[in-house]
Design a protein around this ligand. Sequence first.
Ligand code: ADP
Ligand code: MG
Length: 697
Amino acid sequence: MKTVTDYFGCDVFSASVMKERLPAEVYAEFQRTLDTGHRLNIDVANVIANAMKDWAIEKGATHYTHWFQPLTGITAEKHDSFITSKKDGRVIMEFSGKELIQGEPDASSFPSGGLRATFEARGYTAWDPTSFAFIKNGVLCIPTAFCSYGGEALDKKTPLLRSMEAINKQTLRILKLFGHDDVVAVKTTVGPEQEYFLIDKDVFHKRKDLVYTGRTLFGAMPPKGQELDDHYFGAIKPRVQAFMKSVDEELWRLGVLAKTEHNEAAPAQHELAPIFTTTNIATDHNQITMEVMQKCAKEHGMICLLHEKPFAGVNGSGKHNNWSISTSTGANLLEPGETPAENAQFLLFLCAVIKAVDDYQDLLRISIASAGNDHRLGAQEAPPAIVSMFLGEELTSILEAIEKDEDIDNREKELLKVGVHVLPRFPKDTTDRNRTSPFAFTGNKFEFRMLGSSASVAGPNTTLNTAVAEVLSQFADELENTSDFEGTLHQLIKKVIKNHKRIIFNGNGYDDAWVKEAEGRGLLNLKTTPDCLPYMLHKKNVDLYEKHKVYSETEIKAHYEIKNEKYCKYLNIEVLTMIEMAKKDILPCVSRNIHELADTVISKRSISESIDTSYELSLVEKLSELSAKAYSDVNSLEALSKEVKTIEESDAAAMFYKNNIIPVMNSLRASVDEMETLCSSEHWCYPSYGDLLFSVR
Ligand code: ADP
Ligand code: MG
């Protein structure tokens, strides 16, 4: 039997495969391209393409695709076969350097927010050589970035790569000041923990809402939910275990470092976490992970739900984005050091993240905003929509001491100069206790916990990288121009703590008191997607992205459009699904139930006028009242969904959904859910929450 180490990464055209298959000078040239970020020259690309093709064909591949992440949030691929026809009617298998480096898919159906004029439907895909090609379902997949004819980003990958460039540049400036001339590059690292639900395929297909929208739009709570806490870390069911095994095997073949799996808090909810890696690769790998999970679930007769909130009243699913910065010499810049100088450097990076999160709360909030995630944030299960940071008592008290120039060890003040000879190491378990914080320091990395389970991690990391790059550039400006490095550094750290400590909150983020306190501190509380999106266009934010060349103003406007449009489209589908379910299934079922009850009353009375009919009558009355209310909401929804189509601006339409349509959807749901508890099981047309959540046995 093959062991994991034998087959790990066997479907990846990795550095080691390249080293083995490419002439030494070509491989060296490729490495240089990776190190310097320069464009690959076409002769080198031709040799690589040919080797890649031979390798792929040996592995049974017949097609290749430029695999990219358009702004829809999922990955896209168009398959081309390697065949080229010959004059004699035969074919040969060919793949050129040009085809490797650049592709030209017809991009007209991908969202572009007006970036690509309709007459110029073409988009370009360009290989990201830092993310290796791989074979998936017999197709050679080449990870690429996707741009318009004018070079504007039409995908999530391009801005991410630009943001990595920005943070690399600014971090190197800082590291130089600390004497680290040996560091040639800095990369951010990410380990995204992925939550999901598994439900049985048969019950899934009986729910139109799950099929069309990925979440239940109706559904009363079952007698048993997650209150017993008996699922979290509980024994994994054999069927789920078998699924996880297939997922692992497939991911390992693709070089994805799948590491931890366990049951999550809600029934049917699970989590998969990989070992962290460089951010752009982690992003690709997370997309692959979601795809593989969905595919394997089907093979095991189940459906993997990635929606942020498939079930009301039960925990939703998020994605914890563990993030750090690591150097080409192998140092983690968010790891507290052993020596005073290392600690000063650590504190500076820590302060950079603190200031970045405070200055760009709005952008971080926007980066995780979606119609689906709106159901999660602020509920008693996910961080609130308020962005704050958890540092732990220990680190916070050190920062307080620095701010006040106190000596925490009661030693001489002098000892504290340059931030702290006395900085202790932070055992991970003292820093990772608070699970309610949106942005928590966990010993040697930050965990950004607001991400929704279905979204790509590209956006949040683009924002985080850029915001931190900006603060580091401000720090570098100050520190490069001083004759007293230590003094300036100390003052800088003090100033940041003083001005930005409002963002630090170590308490319970689920507590209502926090909402009040946060307001007092002047922190933003942007509850929904339409509330936060307009902040994207604020000058400070446009300036940030432009300065670091991550998004141009045109791109920001386009992305703003797309985010609003996407929100509206999701809601439109939800509204139409609700209307269809209510009109075609739910209301007719309730009527039949009423009819049966009324018939019973008549039959009973035909036997004797004195027989008690109070049970049937009260149900008839209650169900009639609720169905009339539901019917009126359905009519309102129909009218409102026509009205929203007349609103031209997508942001105004998004606001209309939020203010005018969602309340009616909620009202309709309330009536329907109550009717579900009153109707006989025989008359209810959909599998219940109980049927769904406990469907995998
Ligand atoms: P938890 O208690 O949250 O499950 P773990 O220590 O298991 O914490 O880590 C969670 C995730 O954080 C894993 O995916 C891990 O690979 C990732 N991680 C660890 N160190 C780093 C780092 N330096 N940069 C980015 N991610 C990291
Ligand atoms: Mg975690």
